[in-house]
Design a protein around this ligand. Structure first.
Ligand code: SF4
Length: 454
């Protein structure tokens, strides 16, 4: 049986990393269930339905309203068709401001456009201010989870990494690691010219960018920098603060099992607060989103990037986010990555799913993830993508699509009971039977029963 790239990744994964990912995912799933259960008897079922119905409804008119409201508060609104366009727009602003250093607030959209390496290559010092993002940035890694980017790292190895990069002497006590990062980042906040953030939401009516963080780094970043650039897909627009309450009620509970993130910042134009940036830009990124909105995968744009689906996914728990290769991992990534990440081949990802349905049970936006994954498998097939195990299933497909052959096979399959499976020791089948056995074939009894009783 051919291995998929994700299997290869899993077999080479350090057991301690595997354990770190599994433990953290299980804990997050438990925390989500307890937190939502404490807040809502039905685990937020009605709220989830509401979230699904609000998101993307009237998106075009809400988007137009958002642009007008943002501009009325002195924000310059720009549009980027793809990742390259977005990177260049941001670099142009930085150059226009003659800025040398940037502090970043955690944003998956900036990961999607690979902003950090681009800015650094162009001579702009770029520092992540979220602790998890900082941990992976200094080691040139990519996030392995959309909420907890350093989920795969252990504290001793973070302490070693901090020592190596001059952030603090080796100390694996978590509060000391945090303190070292805090001291390091304070210097960066004061020196920064520009802050770049994503946007958890953009309020159309109020013209405000909403940022949810747990570390207060968004506020610190904005206190020092003179220019704020926020980048987001248009799907982040919600009608108003009234609807926002639905999403804020679900976001932190689904992501980390907290009733609310510690800080929720509403950034509404410039100059509203002491020391706030004097210029603000919002870059709306398309990068394939318009096509997705018009097509059969539009529901995926309702994602609120909480990570609950990956925490619950039995495949993600075993392999972690890097196994998915693209920026968005887990069930979300299986659908989204092939649609927006054009730099690689992700055609094998839809097979990295057992279709157990657990992701759909926890998704706060009630996105029918298993249905979308099946559709994505179909799309890959239609587009002729060759993925491992296709060949193995061809024989079965041939048999199953001919009723006459199938009936014959059902009668003959009793012979399989005489095959001594213990003799099958080598090759892929040997590996398979090491830990599995076959049920006794009964030779089409169900069909007989169904003809009589069905
Ligand atoms: S698909 Fe649903 S569960 Fe997964 S990250 Fe998005 S909102 Fe959360």
């Amino acid at each position: 049986m051919a291995h998929q790239p994700i299997d290869e990744f899993c077999s080479s994964l350090n057991p301690s990393v595997k354990k770190a990912v599994t433990d953290a995912s299980v804990l997050s799933t438990q925390a989500r269930a307890e937190c939502l259960g404490r807040a809502y008897d039905d685990c937020g079922e009605k709220l989830r339905e509401l979230a699904n119905s609000i998101r993307l409804s009237d998106i075009y008119s809400n988007f137009e309203t958002a642009v007008k409201s943002l501009e009325s508060h002195g924000v310059r609104v720009l549009f980027a068709s793809d990742a390259k366009d977005a990177r260049e727009i941001i670099l142009d602003i930085i150059r226009e401001k003659e800025a040398k250093s940037v502090v970043k607030v955690k944003s998956m959209t900036t990961e999607e456009i690979e902003l950090n390496p681009f800015l650094i290559k162009n001579g702009v010092e770029t520092v992540e201010t979220d602790l998890g993002e900082l941990i992976i940035q200094i080691e040139n890694e990519k996030p392995s989870h959309i909420v907890k980017p350093a989920i795969h790292r252990k504290r001793d190895d973070i302490a070693r990494s901090f020592e190596k990069h001059g952030i603090g002497a080796y100390d694996e006590e978590p509060s000391h690691i945090t303190l070292n990062a805090r001291k390091y980042l304070r210097r960066k906040y004061f020196a920064a010219d520009v802050v770049i953030s994503g946007a958890n939401y953009i309020l159309a009516k109020e013209g405000a960018v909403v940022l949810a963080t747990n570390e207060g780094n968004a506020r610190f970043s904005m206190a020092g920098a003179k220019t704020h650039i926020a980048i987001a897909g248009f799907e982040k627009v919600v009608p108003s603060a009234r609807e926002l309450s639905v999403f804020l009620n679900l976001l932190a509970r689904s992501a980390t099992g907290q009733h609310s993130t510690i800080y929720t910042d509403f950034v509404r134009g410039v100059g509203g607060a002491k020391n706030s940036p004097l210029d603000m830009y919002v870059v709306f990124l398309d990068n394939g989103r318009s096509d997705i909105l018009r097509g059969e995968f539009s529901e995926i744009l309702k994602c609120m990037r909480c990570g609950a689906c990956m925490n619950r996914c039995p495949v993600f728990r075993l392999v972690g986010g890097h196994a998915y290769r693209a920026v968005y991992p887990g069930p979300l990534g299986i659908v989204l990555s092939p649609l927006i990440c054009k730099d690689g081949d992700y055609s094998d990802l839809p097979k990295a799913c057992s279709l157990c349905g657990a992701c759909a049970e926890v998704c706060p936006a009630k996105i029918p993830l298993p249905d979308l994954i099946v559709k994505m498998r179909d799309k890959m097939k239609r587009e002729g993508a060759r993925v491992p195990n296709d060949v193995n299933l061809k024989g079965w497909a041939f048999l199953a699509s001919s009723p006459r052959l199938w009936r014959l096979a059902m009668r003959l399959n009793k012979l399989a009971n005489f095959v001594p499976l213990s003799m099958v020791r080598f090759g892929p089948l040997g590996r398979w039977f090491k830990s599995r056995t076959l049920p006794k074939f009964k030779g089409g009894k169900f069909r007989k029963w169904f003809r009589k009783n069905g």
